[in-house]
Design a protein around this ligand. Structure first.
Ligand code: UDP
Length: 330
């Protein structure tokens, strides 16, 4: 029996496949390679290049590979793009999840761990953010992720697969083995862009806003190591396998770091000063996003192993130094 990882060629998905295999589980990957990388797929995972909106292709995978659980990452995930092309997000994110849920029902597959996001909260009511806080997304990316969570909830209520939705804060870092890491095209995330500036591949890191109501005026985020995220998915799967009820959990470190603190930590890791310039605020960025990770600790037994940003950045720097242009193939 295998765990199907949709989007297993993407950043967090590929790390989760490594984690599954390192724990002796069987993994299959379904990915259309629209944003994922074939090279990121562990060689021991069965790989099928399919779009999860293709019901017949998914059906064949469930049949052929004896799938008994799903970890669902396949989705578009860029906030800015979602503002420009909302229907792309409704079609792929919501439509893809609907097809996946149908195929799971057809095959009687009873468990799904779902890749959700802190973007479901929108502008937070308070810090740290609790799972019970208001969800009011401010962009189609967060809106479709919230709708996917709700779809899974209604399907579970109707006797379908049980689910765990994991709302990630800021994923960062790379696998300790050095073979996989972060490679988004275009790259919009802070840490890889800071490391490009550290490596001299760009002239500056742009700091989007220094007039927020935070300790140094720059935005505060909760950075969590991608391998900690990956491990949390396995814990969530085990929780469902032990009969746990469907539920939603935040995944973060529970500690916030500002953009300037991240740039400072990256400078120490890289051993050089990183040139920066202050730019206007980026539309839609809340001043602070920090998780309460208490529920994941209490219920799933999750504790992040990498809580120090320097360690997280060091793993990203190792990947970046060995792969300055990311994976060989887009
Ligand atoms: N950020 C920045 N410069 C960049 C990219 C990001 O100052 O080139 C800031 C961004 O405004 C946010 C934080 O870094 O406050 C993290 O942004 P990222 O895009 O990595 O993740 P997000 O928090 O948007 O999910």
């Amino acid at each position: 029996m295998a765990v199907l990882v949709t989007g297993g060629a993407g950043y967090i998905g590929s790390h989760t496949v490594y984690e599954l295999l390192e724990r002796g589980r069987e993994a299959a990957v379904a990915d259309n390679l629209q944003t994922g990388h074939r090279e990121a797929v562990h060689p021991k995972a069965a790989f099928r290049r399919v779009d999860i909106r293709d019901r017949a292709a998914l059906d064949a995978i469930f049949q052929e590979l004896a799938i008994d659980s799903v970890i669902h990452f396949a989705a578009n995930s860029q906030v800015g793009e979602s503002m420009r092309e909302p229907l792309k997000y409704y079609d792929n994110n919501l439509g893809g999840t609907m097809t996946l849920a149908r195929v799971m029902l057809d095959h009687g597959v009873g468990r799904i761990v779902f890749s959700s996001t802190a973007a479901t909260y929108g502008e937070p009511e308070r810090i740290p953010i609790l799972e019970t806080d208001r969800t009011l997304p401010t962009n189609p990316y967060g809106e479709t992720k919230l709708a996917m969570e709700k779809m899974l909830e209604w399907v579970a209520n109707a006797g379908g697969p049980k689910f765990v939705s994991l709302r990630y804060f800021n994923a960062a870092g790379a696998h300790a083995g050095g073979g996989i890491g972060e490679d988004h095209r275009p790259e919009t995330h802070l840490i890889p862009l800071v490391l490009r500036a550290a490596a001299g591949q760009s002239d500056y890191i742009d700091v989007f806003g220094d007039d927020y109501d935070t300790r140094d005026g720059t935005c505060v985020r909760d950075y969590i190591h991608v391998s900690d995220l990956a491990r949390a998915h396995i814990l969530a799967l085990e929780y469902l396998e032990k009969g746990g009820e469907s539920d939603v959990f935040n995944l973060g470190n529970g500690q916030g770091f500002s953009v300037m603190e991240i740039i400072g930590a990256a400078g120490k890791v890289a051993g050089r000063d990183i040139p920066l310039r202050i730019r206007p605020r980026r539309a839609g960025d809340p001043a602070q996003l920090v998780a309460s990770n208490r529920k994941a600790g209490d219920v799933l037994g999750f504790t992040p192993l990498h809580s120090d940003p320097a360690g997280i950045i060091a793993s990203a720097w190792k990947w970046h130094s060995a792969h300055p242009h990311g994976f060989a193939q887009a």
